[in-house]
Write a new protein. Structure first.
Lengths: 282, 267
């Protein structure tokens, strides 16, 4: 290289400065805010958080949606990525359609599913036409927690499978066709070729997709408010409530720290469980 | 074999419908207005097609202003994240320097942190700086969310452009910056445009930080969130539909790059 040694540092300086001011500083401030009451170190904010009437429900609801929705998204996205591979014509068009939800916000997606699932919505219209119900019926209220949960999982699967798909499909492209052909020559069935050849080679992509998806799922917020209002508390709606309505910034910060710890914790678990074996690093 | 092929294609078609039908249904709700929303049982085609309900929605006090605020914040997010992220991406792609791995990790790491952790204290800092309740503050905050994508995607774009092209330009007497502008930038432009659009959509779609950081000058998402519990359904559907339209166009525009963007960015 003939350019000066300072050049790369000058190039990364603006981005580093922005992230320093708007990422590192707020991060430190939030942690400070969460662990302090009246200027001294205290776990009081966490105690108030855990004592909140909705706290247990928020924790369970957030966890339940993640545990149910993320595996569904992974399975569906894997299936879709394999389908794309076997599609002879129109692959670009199908890929476009399947990735549309990638650009749709959680708020808009919540409203989409509200249009389907509201009392006089399209689901009830269909059930009515099939003779399964007599008239408008509510699915998203306090009295119907099971269907409200299913609705939120359905919305999550509808909206956020696309991000998993795009990451996996990109990974599939990197797998040499010869591997698959070799396995076929040795008589492997199509299921064996998927489970024994494709899946292990996709491991890094699966890891990336799961990390990103789980971290984002911990932040689910607007969807839940659009579909369930206050009927389905999650960690981020509790954070918003503490910050915006109660103006209890310490408790809001405690929630934010909890979400952060959960996100980082799940990231570490994925990094460990799905690490690429050494012999596979090329 | 043909039967299996038929099942396969039916599966593909079903999954396309799974994505598209819900969008069609909210579009019906958005253009149908109050009459459609209250109809029972509902027809599956427009009762009447008119843009009047959408226009009515835009005429609600505060909606048009919130759309403009969203556009302003998203444009700022786009400009800042590309202007600051692309040089960093270029540095990662073209130079070996002490701290490169650390910097890459640091940028990646920002993705693993929830937006709340940044937005909460920024509400306080922005009050002091006069950026609270303004689309400028929201756009700056969103540029942090878009930055990792901007840096890592542009890094992979620049990496894909052969270094030899640039070196040839130097030999023919171009200075470093000139070679970049005349040779590298034109080749990277489609990818950079896609990344910029992506940054725009990240901001356009973001709800939590936008709601925390604004009071009277709300973005469209923040506005819709506040009126969720108090506005009639047809207003909500119109709002949801207007949020979706740019997103669908965005995916259409960047569909060629989407794949390579993610393929490279996720490595």
């Amino acid at each position: 290289m003939r350019r000066g040694a300072a050049t790369p540092y000058l190039l990364i300086a603006p981005a580093t400065a922005l992230l320093g001011v708007l990422f590192v500083v707020p991060l430190v401030q939030t942690v400070g805010l969460a662990f302090r009451v009246g200027g001294v170190f205290s776990l009081g904010n966490f105690a108030s958080m855990a004592g909140d009437i909705n706290f247990d429900a928020a924790l369970v609801d957030t966890g339940a949606v993640i545990v149910v929705a993320v595996p569904l998204q992974l399975a569906l996205a894997l299936g879709m990525a394999m389908m794309l591979r076997h599609l002879r014509r129109g692959r670009g068009l199908v890929m476009w359609v399947w990735s549309i939800p990638l650009g749709i916000s959680d708020l808009a997606a919540g409203l989409v599913w509200l249009a389907i699932l509201t009392d006089r919505g399209y689901l009830n219209t269909m059930l009515f036409r099939l003779g399964l119900i007599d008239g408008p019926r509510a699915w998203l209220t306090y009295e119907t927690p099971a269907t409200l949960f299913i609705a939120i999982v359905a919305e999550e699967v509808w909206r956020a499978t696309a991000i998993v798909l795009v990451i996996l499909a990109a990974g599939v492209q990197l797998v040499p066709k010869e591997y698959d052909e070799a396995a076929a020559v040795f008589g492997a069935s199509s299921w064996q070729r998927f489970a024994r050849v494709m899946l292990p080679l996709l491991r890094p992509s699966i890891q990336t997709a799961l990390i990103l998806r789980t971290v984002l799922a911990f932040e689910m917020f607007a969807t839940v408010l659009a579909l369930g209002g206050q009927n389905f508390p999650v960690l981020m709606s509790q954070t918003f409530d503490a910050q915006y309505f109660q103006q209890d910034y310490g408790v809001a910060a405690a929630y934010a720290v909890l979400v952060m710890v959960a996100s980082l914790g799940s990231t570490l678990v994925y990094l460990r469980v799905l690490r690429t074996p050494k012999e596979q690093l090329g | 074999v043909t039967w299996r092929r038929g099942m396969f294609l039916a599966g593909v078609a079903t999954l396309c419908a799974w994505v598209l039908v819900p969008i069609y249904l909210i579009a019906l709700g958005a253009v149908g207005g109050e009459a459609t929303v209250n109809a029972w049982p509902k027809p599956l085609w427009p009762m009447r097609f008119s843009l009047a309900p959408l226009r009515q929605f835009m005429d609600i006090a505060g909606v048009w202003a919130s759309v403009l605020n969203s556009v302003e914040a998203a444009s700022l997010c786009m400009v800042v994240s590309i202007a600051l992220g692309a040089p960093a991406g270029y540095a990662l792609a073209r130079y070996r320097f002490v701290g490169a791995t650390g910097f890459r990790l640091f940028v990646l790491l920002t993705r693993a942190f929830p937006v709340a952790i940044l937005a909460l204290p920024l509400a306080v800092s922005f009050i002091r700086l006069g950026l609270y309740d303004s689309p400028i503050g929201v756009g700056l905050m969103h540029s942090v969310l878009a930055m990792p994508f901007a840096v890592l995607i542009t890094a992979s774009l620049f990496q894909a452009i052969p270094r030899e092209l640039e070196e040839a330009a130097w030999i023919f007497g171009c200075s470093g910056p000139k070679a970049f502008l005349r040779v590298v930038l034109p080749l990277a432009m489609p990818g950079i445009t896609a990344t910029a659009i992506f940054a725009f959509v990240i901001s356009w779609n973001e709800v939590f930080a936008a709601s925390i950081l604004t009071v009277r000058h709300k973005t469209l998402t923040a506005y819709l969130l506040t009126v969720l519990s108090e506005s009639p359904l047809h207003t909500q559907f119109a709002g949801g539909f207007i949020l979706i339209v740019p997103s669908v166009l965005f995916i259409l525009l960047v569909r060629k790059q989407l794949f390579s963007m993610w393929g490279l960015a996720s490595r």
